[in-house]
Design a protein around this ligand. Structure first.
Ligand code: ATP
Length: 369
């Protein structure tokens, strides 16, 4: 559920038990999901998990084998793409090379036979929105990749669709430009109030732009939540591992006080995790701990609940951060990440050092193992 929405709001998009098969292959498996107006909703998952198929069904380019898709309460069965209040921006922007930026943006409006003054006003508005006014007369080959991406966006928004589908929209841009453009996308989405559904396999991108992220695997949505919740409260090892970096310790959980004691190695004191998640009295589990939640010290910390001794095997210096690979007894490897706020800090440990890794009882997530 989207926490910023009022409880009476109806979803703009409803997938109801949607299955899509290609022959025997199940690309989308009995999927039910609501998306609300004005959301920036990201479909995130590895290659082949069914993101594009969901998008193409929304756009009307594929038909569900079973189930229903509703847009604004209307069943989309049999409604062709051009009769839906939906526009799709493809990975290759497919701009017309012989038309100017302004003419590209005007293209769809002209085809609809809108009066010229109306078209001109709308094109001008879109040029302003995407900061392309001074490039209006140029042809696509006379502008940069980032600018071409904005032309494609302006063109997709010109007809004021209720819903814009973006399939890897920033895929062709280099990393820096991609990051800048993500903020522009968010800004434009907010200004226009259009619902954006974006497909990406780049988790950082999904986390940056989206109000909610759906993490998919093999035709199913595994978790839908805000970026912060996906990161802080993943519902499974799959999600914890897909988003960001994580240490997973497999073990056995036994209910203890406000959470669980986790036995992770023979003859070692159990770890403790405070949690509201319910694995029953005793069960196999996986403990997920983000590297930045693991402290690394030379001496055993006095007050922290969980502390494990280990040896530094590898150090990755990343400028702002350093990641230490620490082997603990039992052969497990744990990653600990520290911020390099001082030069001293990054020099404080070296290979083969014996160190203590520690984290608080609320830092780790107890998941079904
Ligand atoms: P990517 O990130 O690589 O684009 P995706 O998550 O978007 O992947 P889809 O394109 O939705 O994945 O494809 C999901 C699965 O369905 C894939 O295994 C793909 O091979 C299969 N598939 C998609 N379209 C067809 C088709 N027309 N005929 C047969 N199989 C298809």
């Amino acid at each position: 559920f989207a926490p910023w929405l009022d409880a009476n709001e109806k979803p703009l998009i409803q997938f109801k038990n949607v299955t899509k098969r290609f022959g025997d292959f199940v690309a989308i498996d009995n999927l039910t999901q609501d998306i609300y107006a004005k959301e920036f909703f990201a479909l995130l998952g590895p290659s082949g998990c069914g993101k594009t198929t969901m998008m193409r069904m929304l756009g009307g380019f594929e038909t569900p084998t079973e189930g229903q898709i509703l847009i604004a309460g209307q069943d989309m069965a049999g409604v062709p793409p051009n009769k839906r209040a939906v526009n799709m921006m493809f990975q290759s922007y497919a701009l017309f090379p012989h038309l100017s930026v302004a003419e590209n943006i005007a293209f769809g409006l002209k085809r609809e036979g809108k009066p010229k003054p109306e078209i001109d006003a709308r094109v001008e508005e879109m040029l302003r929105l995407t900061r392309l006014t001074k490039f209006a007369k140029r042809k696509p080959h006379q502008i940069s990749g980032g600018q071409r991406q904005r032309v494609a966006l302006a063109r997709s928004l010109a007809k004021a669709p209720k819903l814009l589908l973006l399939d890897e929209p920033l895929g062709a841009l280099d990393k820096k430009l991609r990051q800048d453009t993500q903020f522009e996308l968010m800004d434009i989405q907010e200004k226009t109030g259009t619902t954006f559904v974006i497909v990406t396999h780049d988790q950082e991108e999904a986390m940056t732009v989206a109000s909610r992220v759906a993490v998919m695997d093999e035709g199913e949505i595994i978790q839908v939540a805000t970026p912060a919740d996906i990161y802080e409260r993943p519902n499974s090892v799959y999600v914890a591992d897909f988003i960001g970096d994580v240490n997973i310790l497999n073990g056995h959980a036994t209910r203890a006080g406000d959470g669980y004691d986790i036995a992770y190695a023979e003859g070692k004191a159990p770890l403790h995790a405070k949690t509201t998640s319910d694995l029953g009295e005793s069960s196999k589990c996986a403990l997920a701990i983000r590297p930045e939640k693991v402290s690394i010290t030379a001496a055993k910390p006095a007050k922290v609940t969980n502390a494990i001794k280990g040896k530094i095997i590898d150090i990755a210096y990343l400028g702002n951060l350093s990641t230490y690979h620490v082997e603990i007894e039992g052969g497990h490897m744990i990653k600990a990440q520290t911020a390099n706020t001082t030069r001293l800090e990054r020099r404080s440990f070296t290979w083969e050092d014996t160190v203590w890794l520690s984290w608080t009882d609320t830092a780790a997530i107890v998941l079904e193992g």
